[in-house]
Design a protein. Structure first.
Length: 352
C-alpha cells in the first residue's frame, strides 16, 4: 500500500490569485466610478485613442479661448468706463463754455478756467487708465503712460511749453503781457487754426502730448476671429478734446476784447463737440467688439458641449454599473478572505 501526501497549498495559491485579480479590478472600478471614464482609455479604445486625443486638444483650445475672452471682456469694459468718463468730462466742459457766452466778469471767467482745467485733468486721468498692469489707451505700447500731463510743473510739460511757444511765435508776446487786449478776432482765429493744424499733425502730437502707438490692441476671440479691444490717445476725438480744453483753459480768462473772447469760445465749443462725437465713436467701436465677444462665447459654449459629449461617448462608462460591480467584488473578496483563512487552518495535526 502506497501513502499519498495531501496538501492545501494549491488551494491557497488559487485563492490568492483570485483575491489579487479582484483587488486590481476593484481599484480600476473605483477610479472609473469617480472619474466617469475608463481607467485605461488606450487599452479600452485601442486605435480609437488617437481620435479622443484630438478631441481633447480641440476642447482645451476652446476652453483657452473662453478664458482669454473673459479677460478681453474685462478689458473692453474698463475701456468703456474710461471713455465714458472722458465723454462726461467733455460734456461738462461744453456746458461751461456755452454758459460762458457773453460773460465778462473776471471772477466768473476765472471759475470757468478752473472748471476747464479740472475737465482736462479728468480727461488725462481717464486716458491713462490701466488694466492688469497695461495701459488701455497706449495701443501696442501698453507699458508706457499714453497721455502726458499738461499741468506737470517740474519740469513743465512739453504740451504747455509748445503752446506757450506757439502763442509767443504768433503774437510776439506772452499770455501775461497787457498787449493781449489788442488781439483782434481775425488774428486770434488765425492762431487757433494754426494750433489745430499742429494738433492734427502726428509728429507734433506724439512729441508733445501722446506716447501711444497708432496700432490698437487686438484680441483673438475664436479660431478665425480677432477684435479691437481698446483704442489709443492718438484718435482724432482725443486730440480735439485736448485742443478745446487747452484753448478754453489758456485763453478765455485773458484780458481779451469781447469779440476776440467770443472767437475763442466758439472755437472751443466747436472742438468740444467734435471731441465728444469722436470719443463716443470710439465707444461704439468697442461696443461692437463686446457684441462680437458675446457671440463668440455663445459659439464656443456650443462647441465645448459637442466636444465634451463626443469625448464622454467614447471614454465614458456606466457609473451605476461600475458601482454595482464594486459592491459585488467587495462581497467576493470578503468571502475569499474567509475561505483563505479556513483553508490555512486545515491541518492533520488539528485532528490527531
Amino acid at each position: 500500500m502506497k501513502a499519498s501526501f495531501v496538501s492545501n497549498m494549491s488551494l491557497q495559491n488559487a485563492m490568492r490569485l483570485t483575491v489579487s485579480k479582484a483587488q486590481k479590478e476593484m481599484t480600476q472600478l473605483q477610479e472609473e466610478t469617480v472619474t466617469g471614464r475608463h481607467a485605461d482609455v488606450g487599452a479600452t479604445l485601442g486605435a480609437k485613442t488617437a481620435r479622443t486625443l484630438d478631441l481633447h486638444r480641440d476642447l482645451q483650445r476652446m476652453e483657452s479661448l473662453k478664458s482669454t475672452n473673459a479677460l478681453t471682456t474685462q478689458r473692453l469694459s474698463a475701456s468703456q468706463e474710461a471713455l465714458g468718463q472722458m465723454s462726461e468730462a467733455g460734456n461738462n466742459a461744453l456746458g461751461v463754455l456755452v454758459a460762458l457766452s457773453g460773460i465778462t466778469s473776471a471772477d466768473q471767467l476765472s471759475l470757468a478756467q478752473k472748471n476747464l482745467g479740472n475737465a482736462l485733468s479728468t480727461f488725462t486721468a481717464a486716458a491713462n487708465t490701466s488694466f492688469s498692469g497695461e495701459y488701455l489707451f497706449a495701443g501696442i505700447n501698453s507699458d508706457v503712460t499714453p497721455f502726458k500731463d499738461y499741468f506737470q510743473e517740474t519740469p513743465p510739460s512739453d504740451a504747455k511749453l509748445a503752446f506757450d511757444a506757439a502763442f509767443l511765435g504768433h503774437f510776439g508776446f506772452t499770455q501775461t503781457d497787457p498787449a493781449v487786449s489788442g488781439i483782434n478776432s481775425a488774428d486770434m482765429q488765425s492762431f487757433i487754426d494754426g494750433l489745430e493744424t499742429s494738433f492734427m499733425d502726428d509728429t507734433y502730437w506724439q512729441t508733445n502730448w501722446s506716447n501711444a502707438s497708432d496700432e490698437n490692441m487686438q484680441s483673438r476671440i475664436s479660431a478665425a476671429e480677432t477684435v479691437q479691444s481698446s483704442t489709443n490717445t492718438n484718435a482724432r476725438g482725443m486730440r480735439h478734446m485736448a485742443l478745446g480744453l487747452v484753448l478754453g483753459q489758456e485763453l478765455l480768462a485773458l484780458g481779451l476784447t469781447d469779440q476776440t473772447r467770443k472767437t475763442v469760445s466758439d472755437a472751443a465749443i466747436n472742438y468740444m463737440g467734435q471731441a465728444i462725437s469722436g470719443v463716443d465713436g470710439e465707444r461704439s467701436k468697442l461696443g461692437i467688439s463686446e457684441s462680437r465677444v458675446t457671440q463668440a462665447n455663445t459659439s464656443l459654449n456650443a462647441q465645448i458641449t459637442i466636444l465634451s459629449n463626443s469625448i464622454k461617448d467614447m471614454e465614458g462608462i456606466d457609473t451605476y454599473e461600475a458601482a454595482t460591480r464594486v459592491t459585488t467584488l467587495e462581497s467576493q473578496l470578503s468571502l475569499a478572505y474567509t475561505l483563505t483563512s479556513r483553508i490555512q487552518n486545515l491541518s492533520l495535526l488539528n485532528y490527531l
